[in-house]
Design a protein around this ligand. Structure first.
Ligand SMILES: *Cc1c(COP(=O)(O)O)cnc(C)c1O
Length: 389
């Protein structure tokens, strides 16, 4: 094993930040290609910044947040969180008690870890399904969660979504939709309605996914339920602060789906070109991805066996992409527990600055580089942990 604990994950992340910092210092921001599709942007003007210093600001921002949030997500009331993870935690704290059960339907495993972790924290049991035939509500079920689009951007089918709403509604169990990326992928690319318009009670989205906003969670829902969650959020310090709220407002104001639609059209060419060298590459709605398991299988096909885990190998691949091609993907920079899938999002703002041929070349050459070092523990550790410029 190369990455043995969350502490190692943190060290790996720090190493990636050293690489990024050195690229930025030596070559400037244009030499870095953040293709994670996670923007983390704060598009604030001087006027916004000035308002942040006064008491008037939060009052203005709050009403703008309500209006724009409802425009983006529907619903009666809006609440902003420090992260989507915080919103999920606040919801489970507010609606689920010890001994209850949370059930979660998602188009494909794995689920985002914040859902089972928050459920465990309140002492409730948890079941998850990716097959509608197995989905059943029990007497102690107090919350149904639907994931609209997974971390790897698998999208729920509209009829399955509606079926779960119907089953849950018939038993009066609230439905909470984790639409972190789905609020845009489902609606813009697959013409599905907003979660609230399909009958959900609550929805949350991440304002840095396929949107140029800060990493934060934006929730919409029925008024009474949102009030319950709001009180929990304040008790535990989970709510977004003013600067983040302004960042969210700017992101919604400037959002249009054009980059996503453009990426949806272009990704196939990138996919076909990479496939010539890496046969297990897959398409996502707005780009391509290589899962950790597919990467291991791909190595096997080339006759290369490795003692390392799929996640280890994916993180080495991601670190090589960053070091040698200045391309940022999630396994190199993600928080502990993040998905080890190497995903390129062509809807990312930086994708406009990079040739598609460059991405193809980076993938193919990084794969042969990986072939060379994957059986040398020290070489891999060097790539993961010991960058020194
Ligand atoms: C990204 C994501 C989250 C969590 O977002 P954070 O910003 O990491 O809190 C939750 N659920 C899904 C499906 C996601 O894709």
């Amino acid at each position: 094993m190369l990455i043995k604990s969350p502490v190692d994950e943190v060290k790996k992340r720090e190493n990636s930040f050293r690489i990024i910092s050195s690229i930025l210092k030596q070559n400037g921001r244009n030499a870095l290609y953040d293709l994670t599709g996670l923007a983390g942007g704060f598009k604030l003007s001087q006027e916004d910044l000035d308002l942040l210093e006064t008491y008037a600001g939060p009052a203005i921002f709050e009403s703008e947040l309500q209006n724009l949030g409802k425009e983006h997500l529907g619903g009666e009331k809006i609440l902003a969180f420090n992260r989507t993870t915080s919103g999920i935690l606040a919801t489970i704290l507010a609606l689920v008690s010890s001994g209850d059960e949370v059930i979660h339907y998602l188009p494909k495993f794995p689920s985002h870890p914040s859902i089972p972790r928050s459920t465990a924290l309140v002492g409730a049991s948890y079941r998850e399904f990716d097959n509608l035939d197995e989905f059943e509500i029990k007497d102690n079920t107090s919350l149904v969660i639907i994931t609209g689009s997974t971390m790897d951007h698998d999208i729920i089918k509209e009829d399955e979504f509606l079926k779960i709403i119907e089953i849950s509604g018939s038993k009066n169990i609230p439905v909470f939709v984790d639409d972190a990326s789905g609020a845009r992928l489902r609606t813009v690319l697959y013409n599905q309605p907003k979660a609230m318009d399909m009958g959900a009670d609550l929805v949350i989205t991440s304002t840095d996914k396929l949107m140029d906003g800060p990493r934060a969670g934006l929730m919409a829902g029925k008024g009474e339920i949102v009030d319950l969650i709001k009180s929990k959020a304040h008790q535990f310090g989970l709510e977004a602060q003013s600067a983040t709220i302004v960042g969210i407002i700017k992101a919604i104001e400037s959002f249009n789906g054009e980059r996503m639609i453009d990426a949806f059209r272009k990704k196939h060419l990138v996919y076909e070109a990479i496939k010539k060298g890496i046969s297990s590459i897959k398409e996502t709605p707005t780009g391509v991805m290589l899962s950790a398991d597919d990467l291991i299988n791909e190595l096997k096909q080339k006759g290369v066996e490795t003692e390392f885990s799929p996640a280890d190998v994916a993180c080495v691949f991601s670190a090589l992409l960053l070091r040698n091609y200045h391309i940022v993907t999630i396994p190199a920079v993600g928080m502990p527990g993040a998905s080890p899938t190497i995903r390129i999002d062509l809807a990312a703002e930086d994708a406009e600055r990079v040739d598609k041929e460059y991405i193809v070349k980076a993938f193919i050459e990084t794969f042969s580089h990986l072939n060379e070092i994957v059986n040398y523990k020290e070489a891999c550790e060097l790539v993961l942990y010991e960058y020194d410029d």
